[in-house]
Design a protein around this ligand. Structure first.
Ligand code: FES
Ligand code: FE2
Length: 378
């Protein structure tokens, strides 16, 4: 594929054709995407207006906001959002005042109502405008000035939102995932840690990195190789909107907690890594559930919001601290690789190399096939 100096519309058309060509390659001869898919700002803009807006995005864990009025704020693409619990359910509201556009909430906390810091318009927790002092305007109708809400679903204890008015059926997207992680009872896990950081990488690079076991022993010799070595990676189930693989523990590795009583021995002796496309990657094990929400900022930067949750009281405080530290170290190791790779992907020689087989990089191929299917439907 050549990239002549041309209009961005022509470049995007070329790239869309290239995506379909790569997706059509035989399963035993898979190829990765050329660097331009990870570095071109106009292609990123195109993704923002298509797959990233249309897809379901994981925002975090439902137990981050356990009580009435608990909320936190987040931004996805150009949409500032408030995630709030009210009336026993979670709602996702636009965090843009209907008066002149100020964010009406910041950070996280507990509120009885949201009061805009600019002219004090006051909204109920469900977004309804309740008060707008000194407003004299014949065209002003309070009833039409509530904060819009976005489609929101709760699955496996995670909160998902779509920025689209016509999102796909989330259950259909996740068909088959329950067979992999249902027995772990992910909705019973409780939050023990969350963090947010900016990484200088394209969003797709982190999806691919998290989802392949090929790099585990190379990039994580001290942190992960001992219990999830590359050689024990095994591709697992994929569905319309997700992919997964199992990172098995060696026979002689110590057990890592009991977890749900419904788990088999095999399930206790592995971590199941999955991605709910486009932007969630997660690792499910008996007593630890780690999830990263990838919030794309620019073509080469992402906001990574990640959580660690645990099952019951299997793990004591010190063990939990050690597990969280381990994941901090693992993320640091991955981040360092991805930030270096981002620069190299700008080369004209980053043409998209051959992928390793099903167990090692079959998940990356699944992701590319999903990208191609979504794009064909655009
Ligand atoms: S911008 Fe919010 S009250 Fe004016
Ligand atoms: Fe990694």
């Amino acid at each position: 594929m050549a990239y002549p100096a041309t209009s961005s519309a022509a470049l995007i058309a070329d790239m869309r054709a290239e995506l379909q060509r790569i997706a059509a390659l035989p399963a035993d001869a898979p190829q990765g995407l050329p660097g331009v898919f990870y570095t071109d700002p106009s292609f990123f803009e195109y993704e923002c207006q298509t797959i990233l807006r249309q897809g379901w995005q994981c925002l975090g864990r439902a137990d981050e906001i356990p009580e009435e009025g608990d909320y936190y704020t987040i931004q996805i693409l150009n949409e500032p959002l408030i995630i709030v619990r009210t009336g026993g359910e979670i709602r996702v509201l636009s965090n843009v005042c209907r008066h002149r556009g100020m964010p009406v909430a910041e950070g996280a906390g507990t509120a009885k109502r949201f009061i805009c810091s600019y002219h004090a318009w006051t909204y109920a927790l469900d977004g309804e405008l309740k008060r707008a002092a000194r407003m004299k305007n014949a065209g002003f109708d309070m009833a039409n000035c509530g904060l819009p809400s976005f489609p929101c679903e709760e699955r496996m204890g995670f909160i998902y939102v779509s920025l689209s008015d016509t999102p796909s059926d989330l259950d259909a997207e996740l068909t088959g995932l329950n067979s992999l992680v249902g027995a772990y009872e992910p909705d019973q896990f409780r939050l023990v840690h969350s963090a947010q950081e900016i990484w200088r990488t394209n969003w797709k690079c982190l999806v691919e990195n998290f989802m392949e076991g090929y790099h585990l022993s190379v990039v994580h010799p001290q942190t992960l190789h001992g219990y999830t070595p590359t050689g024990l990676s095994k591709k697992a189930v994929s569905g319309p909107g997700f992919t997964s693989y199992n990172a098995k523990y060696p026979e002689d590795a110590p057990t890592r907690g009991y977890g749900s009583s419904g788990l088999s021995d095999a399930e206790r002796r592995r971590s199941s890594l999955y991605s709910v496309f486009p932007c969630q990657v997660a690792s499910q094990a008996a007593t630890l559930l780690v999830s990263l929400s990838i919030l794309p900022l620019t073509v080469d930067s992402i906001d990574v919001r990640w959580t660690v949750s645990t099952y019951g009281d299997d793990l004591d405080e010190d063990t939990l601290k050690a597990r969280i530290k381990l994941w901090e170290d693992v993320n640091t190791e991955d981040r360092e690789k991805l930030e270096k790779m981002q620069t190299a992907l700008g080369s004209r020689h980053a043409t998209g190399g051959p992928l390793a087989g099903e167990d090692y990089e079959g998940t990356v191929r699944d992701f590319l096939l999903w990208l191609a299917r979504q794009d064909a439907a655009t």
